[in-house]
Design a protein around this ligand. Sequence first.
Ligand code: PLP
Length: 407
Amino acid sequence: MHHPPLPTRESLREVRYDIRGELSRRAHELQGQGRELIRLNIGNPGAFGFRAPEHLQQAVVAGLAGADAYTHQQGLPAAREALADFHRRRGTPNASAERIFVGNGVSELIDISLRALLDPGDEVLLPSPDYPLWSAATILNQGRPVYYPCTPEHGFLPEPAAIEALITPRTRALVVINPNNPTGANYPPELLRVLVDIAARHRLLLMADEIYDGITYDGAEFNPLAPLAGDVPCLTFGGLSKVWRACGWRVGWGVLSGDPLVIGDYHHALDLLSALRLCANVPAQSAVPAALDGPETIRELTAPGGRLHASRQAVIDACASSRHLSLVAPAGALYAFPQVVGDAAADFDDQRFALELLEQESVLVVPGSGFNVPASRHFRVTLLPDAATIREVFARIDRLLERMAAR
Ligand code: PLP
């Protein structure tokens, strides 16, 4: 009997995730043929030799004994208490364990939090470039992404007037990714206060993706949004993946803050959707109190002498010495987002560039258009390889750009 191909969901046509897309598939194919590649596409510290701190590993092992049962849908009580304490200490208004949601990574919570918020056609203000899961989850939950541009001319910072001009009666939320993936921008408190003011005047939910909380360079200070938000409802996302280098454990959290009367049923909507997926990975949640109450270890990597500091400097130096590249130095997070300029940028197609870089120079990056930037001349690299590898990568990038400039 002949079966026609299975139907797939129509809205998936609008969804992309280039970080693990076509190029990544081609990379696997090449590796299968024995080609050695330098992969800079995924912000996955464990794949570059980083390990979760020892005291977190021990906490997971110790927690394993009591972790065979499902736990509360919002997360292990000890993890939520530790998160509530941490957020109270930093001034998050009304932080409490009841309003904390632990998920299988921030990824799951981004989906749940938009599903709990959106009716068909509702709009979500997202940065462009964005972290593409935000666009995907908005579209798959029947919302509409509305992009506010963050351009290199403005240091990749949001421009409040441009954001306000995009607000309509259907706008429900303002998403702020700080420190930013893919640009590395770190937002100053004055800017965050203006964003809070916009959310207050237009009754929007602030969604603060702060998974790179505290990953900053050269003395830049990370500024959490919630402590500045007062009564404005704010859902802050954080997790173990980046700051504690434990991507594979799949632990993220959402902290709901602001006036409980304004939050209203949204809290129950998050609780219901959390209950429908039962709970997040229980053993790994045992690491949360250890992470929040233990020594800070990310600074050792981002301060002068640290590996991330050295790799970031190698990217900055390589871009400064290339006549084909311009860079806004990343102030935070784990990425740089250089721009191709000059002769090499004529008739530039970022997808073709990334494919040629892979085929000809065995380097895998993510083209800028993968982050929902129209007509991008950018590409994203992670800062996770060591500085020597970064120098080799940029030598190869320059070699290709030289050939492109000569065409
Ligand atoms: N948000 C941002 C900005 C990210 O860069 C990532 C991962 O790279 C995530 C969320 C998802 O992180 P996880 O699901 O590992 O917690």
